[in-house]
Design a protein around this ligand. Structure first.
Ligand SMILES: [Zn+2]
Length: 390
């Protein structure tokens, strides 16, 4: 494939405004690229109307390497603030602009093109590759969750997520996330007779005052990720100045580390809520939205080290083996039956989720060379008994 053809595929992907939805259009386009190759097994896995995950499998008997990317992008925000229209895929010099240019349609295009070039060239792979293109990564990783539940990751020997780490970073461990909400229900009455009501704000504050010190007791720190983070970021309650509030709520964001599995935190939050609810008039309800486990990792794992060596060689830099403060689809895929290493490495710039998001075309093309070298090397290595990942 010519560099122009590779750039055109990325532009086409950016021109589909898959903002937290409409991933089916991306899936349809990618599927159309594989359509000329009957040996590619194409499966669409519908999450919701207009939202299809896409799984494409190529290759032969032997170990299977997963290549994954999400098809959704975050909103463009104020489009008039962009110098280059967010869904145009405009090229200026070495920069290709647009929402998703960095996070992560360049990574997605690069893994798709890697597979297309193997097909085009009739490469005999010592195993298989499975493209896992997901919906809804930015809003809860539920596409990856669905593919995992349906068994699409059960035969993986390794997983590479093409998120925008930059090719000079291999991410082998990542923080998890717990977003939770506490709703306090009281009884609204005129504020001249508070004794007849129940103040939902007062009761919510009981939780607020207790949860900070409770979470601060988690003093273990991860050598690369740091400590557990807990922040109450949203709080609201009350209706008007002379009414006892019947409703108050808060939302908190936690960034977890492997030392504290999410269940440990759930148990603590739930017992605090249960304790407070024993008090007269207190009614607190706790809920979570799309929590993610932290990804533990071993910097010496064969896939991590191989990715570093190959990126060093292909790109001529010293690739760093690092941790990430953000969760990724790997947290879901790792729930699969197979036991494998999940890494994150892909082309990117520091403009993800920002206006005038862009990717360096040089880095994008280099990423394709990197994946094309990594895939056969990994499959070869995974076949050797001493490095088979049990
Ligand atoms: Zn992303």
């Amino acid at each position: 494939m010519t560099p122009q053809a590779k750039i055109a595929i990325l532009q086409h992907l950016i021109q589909i405004p898959s903002v937290n939805d409409h991933e089916a259009q991306v899936a349809d386009y990618i599927a159309s690229l594989f359509a000329p190759y009957p040996q590619a097994k194409i499966e669409k896995v519908t999450y919701a109307n207009g939202r299809d995950n896409l799984v494409v499998t190529i290759g032969h008997e032997g170990p299977q390497l997963g290549l994954s990317g999400h098809m959704d992008v975050v909103a463009a925000g104020d489009e008039s603030a962009w110098t280059h229209a967010p869904f145009a895929g405009e090229v200026v010099g070495d920069q290709l602009f647009g929402r998703g240019a960095s996070d992560m349609k360049s990574g997605l295009a690069a893994i798709v093109i890697t597979m297309l070039e193997f097909l085009e060239q009739g490469t005999q792979l010592p195993g298989s590759i499975r493209l896992l293109a997901t919906v809804g990564e930015e809003t809860g990783e539920y596409g990856a969750g669905q593919l995992t539940d349906e068994g699409y990751a059960d035969n993986l020997a390794g997983l590479v997520i093409a998120e925008p780490s930059g090719l000079d970073n291999v991410v082998y461990t990542a923080r998890g996330v717990i977003d939770y909400k506490v709703v306090s229900t009281g009884k609204g009455v005129h504020s001249a007779q508070p004794e007849n009501g129940i103040n939902a704000i007062d009761n919510l504050m009981k939780f607020y005052n207790a949860v900070g010190p409770l979470m601060a007791k988690h003093t273990k720190t991860d050598p690369v990720l740091g400590g557990l983070l807990h922040n109450v970021d949203l709080i609201s309650g009350g209706e008007q100045i002379n009414s006892i509030p019947a409703h108050a709520e808060l939302m908190a964001n936690m960034r977890t580390i492997p030392a504290y599995p999410n269940q440990v935190i759930y148990d603590e939050l739930e017992s605090l809520i249960a304790e407070l609810n024993k008090e007269d008039g207190v009614q607190l309800d706790l809920s979570y939205s799309f929590p993610e486990e932290a990804i533990p990792g071993d910097p010496q794992a064969p896939l991590v080290q191989l990715a570093k060596q190959i990126s060093d060689k292909v790109c001529g830099h010293d690739t760093q083996v690092v941790g990430s403060g953000g969760a990724n689809d790997g947290a879901e895929f790792l729930r699969a039956k197979a036991d494998f290493t999940s890494i994150e490495i892909g082309p990117g710039s520091n403009t993800s989720h920002q206006i005038d998001e862009y990717i360096s075309i040089k880095e994008y093309l280099q990423a394709i060379d990197f994946y094309e070298a990594l895939v056969p090397a990994f499959l070869q290595q995974a076949q050797k008994p001493e490095s088979v990942i049990e």
